[in-house]
Design a protein around this ligand. Sequence first.
Ligand code: ATP
Ligand code: MG
Length: 441
Amino acid sequence: MLKGWLDRWRGRGKTISRLKPVIIPRDHHAVSRRDISSVAVKTLYRLHDGGYQAFLIGGGVRDVLLGMQPKDFDIATSATPEQVKQLFGNQCQIIGRRFRLAHVRWGREVIEVATFRAHHSEGDAQSAKTNAEGLILRDNVWGNIEEDAARRDFTINAIYYNIADFSLWDFAHGMKDLNARVLRLIGDPTTRYREDPVRMLRAIRFAGKLGFTIEDKTAQAISELAYLLEDVSSHRLYDECQKLFSAGYSLPVLDLLHEFGLFDALFPEADLFPNDTLWQLTAESTDERVAEGKGINPAFFYAAMLWGVVQDRQQALQNNGIPPVPAWQQASQQVLAIQHARTAIPRHISQAIRDIWEMQPKLEQPRPRQVEATVQSERFRAAYDFLVLRELAGEETSGMGAWWTRWQDADPGLRAEMARALDDKPAAAKKKRRRKPSSNA
Ligand code: ATP
Ligand code: MG
């Protein structure tokens, strides 16, 4: 069926503007209301009872079909954001400009409710806008479900669950691709990536998360069009980066970003000084933490990705006669400014990255009397974890990662002894530093 549609639309600028569904009745599929968060079910029913069409869509359906726990539940409806607002009152907030949608809040849980959209070419200047390259700048042309399905990214993300009769509406042979474990873009990949280059990153994210193969054409276009990510706003890239590295699959995602030539688009300088082992260890430990339900700090990931760059910059500044501490400060600032231009890192995260870096020399050469205070400092945990990973990655750290591990496990007597034993090294270093200016004079 899709092939027929494709053929019909081929003569029309490679745009598919609507798709017809294959409807799979309740007793022929495995999605049950039990698999869906109860507040998502309530939201679906309230829309349905209000006289609107209401479907669960995207990851909420896809992940259930794969026997996985969905990260969130998204709803697509015939109601406009204002009509959703009318139904849910204060529980509902309308958000977004480029892509307007309603957030329905149930305690801590938020359900995203998006109105069916038509292809942006159907709209007026108020509701739709693209630039000369085909990039969608505004995407708020309301439509029907058949039009909505054609705008979805991958076939496996265009399976809708109908609350009216619990059937699945499969618009692009998503079930077939789901079973074959294939990620396939709906429509012509080049056009779809030009409309929204973030879809390239989404391809990598889903391939990494689900372990799916990326279909040939969907894959080929990525390496060719990677440069389009330069036009995407740095705020959107930061958000997407978060999703890539915080879902528990950052190890495969990191490999795929390199394989498809997208890594540089996110980290423009990192590959100048690659730290493959450190990056891999960081990704592994991040994924382990996510699997254990522990929180993760984005600062840690950035600190690792840019570690080689900041060290090089620091060394260069020091070679130019700038003392070590200001050299660290300037290097951190410069490296983060360049990274910020690409993925707008929020200020508190940049501060945390800077702290992790600037604490490394302090942890490698601690002053005996400051050991206690260092451990108490807010950023110790992250900086220490980072030092341990560097040590594991084979960096020369004089074994200080292991030293701090031992120190934390030691009783007060042993701690005092360990601190005393540190005495010689920093003293020698201090002496050397003090002598330098007088020998120059
Ligand atoms: P997850 O929530 O697990 O990250 P998801 O598939 O639900 O995966 P969302 O970002 O929550 O992804 O988006 C919900 C749905 O909206 C997607 O499944 C897809 O159908 C559609 N969608 C999201 N972003 C895009 C996009 N950039 N282009 C086209 N369709 C998109
Ligand atoms: Mg989702």
